[in-house]
Design a protein around this ligand. Structure first.
Ligand code: SF4
Ligand code: SF4
Length: 214
């Protein structure tokens, strides 16, 4: 007499749970692909001259452009997009930064783009920023990822994950460069981020050999 309502109740709970599971699967599709991972950092050497800094990439690099960055004394991240020519990037006095951002720990925020179509809102000489960082033992270098000028991976991911809690977080590494970091538990392995990335900063986790983008 007592058992029958309990059984009915348990059956109802089971049906509700199954329904919720099906709904959850529909809202969080999974794909048969691989997880994304970030490519290893660029190997390079810097040579300082009176009016320029030459950043020579390791032999065999196929990168076509990259971001040169330097930090100031207030932990401000200053960056410039530069083409790679003959295996090197040259920053000359009078090359002005494209953007600045605030960095707190591994978080990057408050990005300000300095360059408009035909003018700069504010001119920050990248040569001075690099030499200032070197002279004051602050972080400087180059990064393969073109963030914040490029945000393709984040936008691609947002087209798959409907809420704002996407598995990609742009993160500042201890050496100062910005790279995407992935949360595997939230990633349904759609593969869009590494398909859209123009620089090879994100690769398929099953790739053993890294291929650099242009
Ligand atoms: S785009 Fe987002 S969901 Fe798709 S593989 Fe990359 S991190 Fe995962
Ligand atoms: S798509 Fe590639 S280059 Fe662009 S922000 Fe993402 S990792 Fe960086």
């Amino acid at each position: 007499m007592f058992k029958q309502p309990v059984t009915k109740l348990l059956l109802c709970i089971l049906i509700v749970l199954l329904g919720a599971l099906v709904a959850l699967q529909k809202s969080f599709p999974t794909f048969p692909g691989d997880y994304p991972r970030t490519a290893p950092p660029i190997e390079y050497n810097c040579a300082y001259f009176d009016e320029r800094v030459e950043i020579r990439l390791a032999k065999g690099s196929k990168l076509g452009r990259l971001i040169v960055f330097a930090y100031d004394g207030n932990n401000k991240f200053i960056g410039l997009l530069k083409p790679v020519e003959n295996g090197a990037v040259v920053v000359r006095r009078g090359d002005y930064a494209d953007f600045t951002a605030c960095v707190e720990g591994s978080e990057i925020r408050d990005v300000i783009f300095l360059k408009k179509m035909d003018r700069y809102d504010k001119k920050i000489d990248m040569f001075d920023a690099l030499t200032g960082a070197r002279n004051n033992n602050l972080r400087y270098g180059v990064q393969r990822c073109l963030y914040p000028i490029c945000t393709r991976c984040v936008e691609a991911c947002k087209s798959v994950i409907s809420n704002s809690d996407i598995p990609i977080v742009m993160t500042v590494k201890p050496e100062g460069e910005v790279l995407p970091v992935f949360s595997k538990g939230k990633c349904p392995r759609c593969g869009k981020c590494f398909t859209f990335c123009p620089t090879g900063s994100i690769v398929n986790s099953s790739e053993t050999q890294h291929t650099e983008g242009q």
